[in-house]
Write a protein that binds this ligand. Structure first.
Ligand code: NI
Length: 262
């Protein structure tokens, strides 16, 4: 099965969106500036899958996990996470323990293609089928670590290459979307038109929110593990790339700045 290739120009860096070396070089500069500790969770096709974490991981601090790059044709999430680090000051976030998985599927990213080298979806196999990709197996080998890293919430940064409108998947321990869901959706709406259809990505969607949707994704797994709030943001891949990077950085910042859960 051949895959469509999606590559854009990342104008701030003057590189293409699939430039792993340029991304990694800039990410590591920021990781040093933020004093993040680096932990290689595993390796796929010779590429490390690395977790970066606040140096202060005192158990009393709210712990939040951010992840990007599950799907290789959705690079604005990856670059948006970098932009968040570049554009913010680490001393403003010392009251949190932040963990970052900036690039899950390096192979897909480098090809500008959705799937990994197994030609499989890295965001499936966590909860329903239990048939994991190489990358997913590494995440599940570190399930306890990641569950703790997400104790106060998790955000994964995705895109929908078929869409001109933004939307979010959210999970909350309520029957209806609460402030967490609505506020994140509203940040998306500050950057792009919001999805108005009653279905998005094959799921029921209301006011641009796909809510508490059980599926085979990493997000659904985190929520099932008891993480109190989880979101997957979907910037519209049909829109301007640099605007999508800016939006992802804003979504990440918003998520990081929300008050701690009770
Ligand atoms: Ni995706």
């Amino acid at each position: 099965m051949s895959q469509l290739t999606h590559i854009w120009k990342h104008n701030p860096s003057q590189v293409n969106s699939n430039d792993v070396a340029a991304f990694t070089r800039q990410w590591r500069q920021q990781a040093a500036r933020w004093n993040l500790t680096e932990r290689v969770l595993g390796e796929v096709d010779g590429e490390p899958l690395t977790l970066y974490r606040s140096a202060n991981d005192d158990i009393a601090l709210p712990h939040r996990l951010l992840a990007a790059g599950f799907h290789g044709e959705e690079p604005a999430g990856v670059w948006g996470m970098l932009a968040f680090l570049q554009n913010n000051q680490p001393e403003h976030f010392e009251h949190l323990c932040l963990s970052f998985l900036p690039l899950i599927n390096t192979r897909g990213f480098s090809y500008g293609q959705r799937f990994n080298s197994q030609n499989r979806d890295v965001n499936r196999g966590y909860l329903v089928q239990h048939i994991l990709t190489n990358e997913g197996q590494i995440l599940m080998n570190n399930a306890v670590l990641l569950r703790r890293a997400a104790a106060d919430g998790a955000l994964t940064s995705h895109e929908d290459v078929t869409s001109q409108r933004g939307y979010v998947y959210t999970y909350e321990q309520h029957a209806e979307p609460g402030q967490f869901s609505r506020a994140l959706r509203d940040v998306m709406g500050q950057h792009f038109p919001l999805e108005t259809a009653s279905m998005a990505d094959g799921y029921p969607c209301q006011d641009a929110i796909i809510f508490n949707q059980t599926d085979d994704s990493f997000e659904s797994w985190l929520f099932a593990q008891g993480v109190p709030r989880v979101a997957c943001t979907e910037t519209p891949g049909q829109c301007d790339f640099d605007a999508r990077v800016v939006a992802n950085a804003a979504l990440i910042k918003h998520f990081i700045e929300i008050p701690a859960a009770d």
